[in-house]
Design a protein around this ligand. Structure first.
Ligand SMILES: O=P(O)(O)OC[C@H]1O[C@H](OP(=O)(O)OP(=O)(O)O)[C@H](O)[C@@H]1O
Ligand code: HPA
Ligand SMILES: [Mg+2]
Length: 180
């Protein structure tokens, strides 16, 4: 375990099993959708998205949108900044937004509202982690990996100040790392 962590919350094997199950659920739910597009919210969702798309046993396209609101903090700034928009036209397509974590819900609400205006045939949400205790904004999650407690987590794409994204598991960051 990385020395900056308090504990491992979700180990690699548990992550892999859950991601596989999410991929199977998405494949089953979209059998009648001719064009499926995954939209990953960078940077956090990169690793989850890469694993998820390979667990969906059907043709799928993907694109990415980059937004940020945390920076080097464990609290949302409250302002979601769009760093990169989509390249694909999603009008008439079945779109699933792929997010690593829903905390306050601000990021997902921002992206969902933005993409809804582009007239997709369907717009759903797949989130690996959900922190129900922290929710400020209501968002409906269609495919959900794990509900987690109100602690700051890193790994499997998630960062604190851009660190720890490459850990192959999800861990709780020791508060001593971010409280001075
Ligand atoms: O529900 P919320 O309170 O909005 O928090 C969730 C969002 O915050 C993080 O992104 P961040 O702003 O850290 O950007 P990053 O993905 O580049 O790390 C995370 O990856 C989610 O996208
Ligand atoms: O717990 C978290 N960890 C990393 N990034 C985050 N963005 C929102 N919540 C978190
Ligand atoms: Mg971040």
């Amino acid at each position: 375990m990385h020395p900056d962590l308090e504990r491992v919350l979700i180990d690699t094997a548990t992550l892999q099993n859950r991601v596989q199950a999410l991929g199977t659920a998405i494949a089953q739910a979209t059998v009648n959708a001719p064009e499926l597009v995954l939209v990953g919210i960078l940077k956090g969702s990169l690793i989850f998205m890469a694993d998820l798309m390979r667990s969906i046993g059907r043709e799928v396209c993907y694109d990415c949108i980059a937004v940020s609101s945390y920076g080097a903090s464990t609290e949302s700034s409250g302002v979601v900044r769009l760093n990169k928009d989509l390249d694909l036209d999603i009008a008439g397509k079945h779109v699933i937004i792929v997010e690593d974590i829903i905390d306050s819900g601000l990021t997902l609400k921002y992206v969902h509202d933005l993409l809804l205006r582009r007239n997709p045939a369907a717009l759903e949400i797949c989130a690996l982690l959900n922190k129900p205790e922290r929710r400020n904004v209501n968002v409906q999650v269609d495919y959900r990996g794990f509900d987690i407690p109100n602690e700051f987590v890193v790994g499997y794409g998630l960062d604190y100040a851009e660190r720890y994204r490459n850990l192959p598991y999800i861990g709780v960051l020791s508060p001593r790392v971010y409280t001075h």
